[in-house]
Ligand binder design. Structure first.
Ligand code: BES
Ligand code: MN
Ligand code: ZN
Length: 499
């Protein structure tokens, strides 16, 4: 283990406390240093902007959707004209526009936005604004931060009658944004710093603080449990593996779900070594699934979630070495299923298999797994949409709806059962490699073998786990995609058959 190098806190950005408060316009003008003013395309802007339509036009600003113009003033906060375009404004657009505002004033620390009458409920508006601003200003940074443009506070300006609703929405937004920031921090942290053991330390720290029960399983416990998938992948690494089990149990739960996250802290490919290109350098984020499960679960108590949630984080590196698994090796998964390893780079499904099998041993209404599982999913959808497959359309549909609400979209691929024969092995129950084509589907068919018929869906986030450039509230680099999706899924979960 790395005990020689000086090291840093793996989750620095998510520790910042940003104040979100509901205030009057006067207070915002007195205290904030930047104030957003929405401008509809072609309309005369509100008076507090201090410039009229002609003035805006002369500066080349026509109120186009998502465009911003910063207007400096001698007195009070700078005004930021935020174009809302023409046509309907929904929650996703409010979140995006708030993010554009926050990005337009990157050095300002105290931002203010007034609740606008777009037909969006006040609480949803305040939540979306808070998420948009806080997430747009998130940044992973482990250097000296003296000159860093940190956000200190967000004022949401609301009328007296809207104060309570706006406050409740803002608080939900703050909780969600904090969870997302944790997910992003974890996914961006370099792999040598965020080993499986360190991930377990973080889970104990943040999980306990969030009221979760946290259990850590080290190598000896995993051997006792027969978790041959996780242990097999771990064999090439000098870092020991960890399985982390988290439990959130509300009073009188309305349903029970298990979440399983792929926690490959670094995926070199193992003996089936990846080529040394940029995609290889991204493989520190191959634990984004585990990060999404942990970070989403930190928000459940504070959001009043009524679903009981058990999370499994399957954490290890995938490294080549003299002790690494060899092609042709056979691993025995927790439920006794044997797997012939034909490519050590198809390691995600191996570590997930143990947890899926364990999840079936307790009463559960649905199992959802989330993993940066296949390059094929990145090829299929690019970086904007995650893939989803499952054995129960009701679970898949609930994930799809949750993704729509939080703007982390997922799109279903068919689980074509006739492709299962591609996983046939001559010497074991199955192999870990399908054929050349439909790699996301054969990977899901592999996982399905371990859920013992329970309602189950698999989310492949290989594409959405990284973005090449920032966009609205989305960040460049490792995105931590899935945190908001899983929070919303757990909040709205209805047992299949009850809705
Ligand atoms: N972690 C990768 C998948 C991945 C690729 C995520 C690109 C993000 C970007 C996974 O472990 C992997 O290597 N999958 C292989 C499977 C194959 C060997 C069957 C792949 O997709 O090439
Ligand atoms: Mn791999
Ligand atoms: Zn991987």
């Amino acid at each position: 283990m790395n005990t020689v190098l000086p090291d840093f806190d793996p989750i620095p950005s998510s520790r910042q406390r940003i104040q979100v408060q509901v205030t009057t316009l006067k207070q915002a003008v007195d205290e904030a240093d930047a104030l957003a003013v929405p401008v509809a395309a072609g309309n005369e802007p509100p008076e507090e902007l201090g410039v009229d339509l002609a003035g805006l036009k002369s500066a080349g600003f026509a109120g186009d959707r998502g465009r911003t113009l910063v207007l400096p003033r001698a007195d009070g906060p700078v005004r930021v004209a935020v174009g809302i375009g023409s046509g309907d404004v929904d929650v996703a657009l409010v979140r995006d526009l708030a993010a554009e505002f926050a990005r337009a004033v990157p050095w300002h620390r105290k931002l203010a936005i007034e609740v606008a009458d777009f037909g969006v409920p006040v609480a949803d508006f305040a939540q979306a604004v808070t998420e948009g601003v806080l997430l747009a200003r998130w940044r992973y940074f482990v250097g000296r931060d003296a000159d860093r443009p940190t956000l200190e506070s967000l004022h949401i300006v609301a009328s007296d009658q809207d104060t309570a609703e706006a406050g409740a929405g803002a608080e939900r937004g703050r909780i969600v944004a904090a969870a997302c920031s944790l997910g992003r921090d974890l996914a961006n942290c370099p792999a040598t710093t965020l080993s499986a053991a360190r991930m377990a330390d973080v889970a104990v720290e943040v999980g306990t603080a969030a009221g979760l029960e946290v259990e850590i399983f080290g190598k000896d416990e995993l051997i006792a449990l027969g978790c041959g998938g996780l242990l097999g992948v771990n064999r090439g690494s000098v870092e020991p593996p960890r399985m982390i089990r988290l439990r959130y149990v509300p009073d009188e739960p309305t349903g029970r779900i298990a979440l399983v996250g792929k926690g490959v802290m670094y995926d070199s490919g193992g003996i089936s070594l990846k080529p040394s290109d940029e995609s290889h350098a991204q493989m520190k984020n191959d634990m984004t699934g585990a990060a999404a499960v942990l970070s989403s679960m930190t928000a459940l108590r504070d959001l009043g979630c009524r679903t009981a949630v058990t999370g499994y984080l399957m954490c290890t590196d995938n490294m080549p070495s003299g002790s690494a698994m060899k092609l042709g090796d056979v691993l025995t998964i927790h439920n006794g299923t044997t797997v012939e390893v034909l490519n050590t780079d198809a390691e995600g499904r191996l570590v997930m298999a143990d947890a899926l099998a364990m999840a079936t041993e307790e009463p559960v209404d649905a199992i959802v797994d989330i993993a940066t599982l296949t390059g094929a999913c990145l090829r299929t959808f690019g970086t904007e949409i995650a893939g989803v497959m499952g054995n129960d359309p009701r679970v898949v549909e609930q994930l799809r709806q949750a993704g729509d609400v939080v703007d982390e979209p997922v799109w279903e691929l068919p689980l074509i059962r006739s492709y299962r024969s591609q996983l046939d092995s001559a010497i074991a129950d199955l192999t870990n490699m399908g054929g050349m084509n439909a790699g996301s589907i054969t990977a899901a068919l592999f996982l399905e073998e371990f859920v013992d018929g329970r309602p189950w869906a698999h989310v492949d986030i290989a594409g959405t786990a990284q973005l090449p450039a920032p966009r609205t509230w989305r960040n460049k680099g490792a995105t931590g995609f899935g945190t908001k999706l899983l929070i919303e899924f757990a909040l709205r979960f209805a047992r299949p058959g009850t809705s």
